[in-house]
Design a protein around this ligand. Structure first.
Ligand code: FE2
Length: 151
């Protein structure tokens, strides 16, 4: 197996794992929205930390050793797409940080804060979904249509 196959497989595997954690996070969010009991809040917080830790490891992999540098070096016509995806990593990091901050307040005691929290969560999930889809499409272009990352 070549280095670029390893890279693609690792990326695919991590995306699969993240999808599972994302589903878990959405499930915890739904339970908390339906019935904002303290233990549902706690369960959501745990799911968020789990998701966030895996996402951070995954971003490190993509930014440092993963596909980004390969694509920019060897398929430079995709550079703008890669840079957009890199910026989205930072937006996702900021989105998670915002949710953490919101969770430190008494959401149940304030309709406004709760509304804001829900809006930010939906935005985060939407951005994450689009981001992963864009990465998947880039990987398919580079790997399957252009013969991989190697020149
Ligand atoms: Fe990714």
């Amino acid at each position: 197996m070549t280095e670029t196959q390893d890279l693609r497989r690792q990326m695919h595997k991590e995306h699969q794992e993240l999808r599972i954690l994302q589903e878990d996070l959405v499930t915890a969010f739904e339970a908390f929205c339906e019935d904002p009991l303290p233990h549902h809040g706690e369960r959501f917080r745990e799911a968020l930390e789990h998701f966030s830790a895996s996402l951070e490891r995954h971003f490190d992999f993509e930014e440092a050793g993963g596909y980004m540098n390969f694509v920019v070096d060897r398929r430079p016509h995709h550079t703008a797409e890669v840079e957009k995806l890199r910026r989205e990593h930072d937006l996702l990091r900021t989105g998670i940080e915002r949710l953490r901050e919101e969770l430190s307040h008494d959401l149940v005691g304030s309709e406004d804060l709760m509304r804001e929290f829900k809006k930010d969560f939906v935005e985060l999930i939407r951005l994450f979904g689009r981001h992963e889809q864009a990465e998947r499409e880039l990987t398919m272009d580079v790997y399957w249509l252009e013969g991989g990352y190697a020149s």
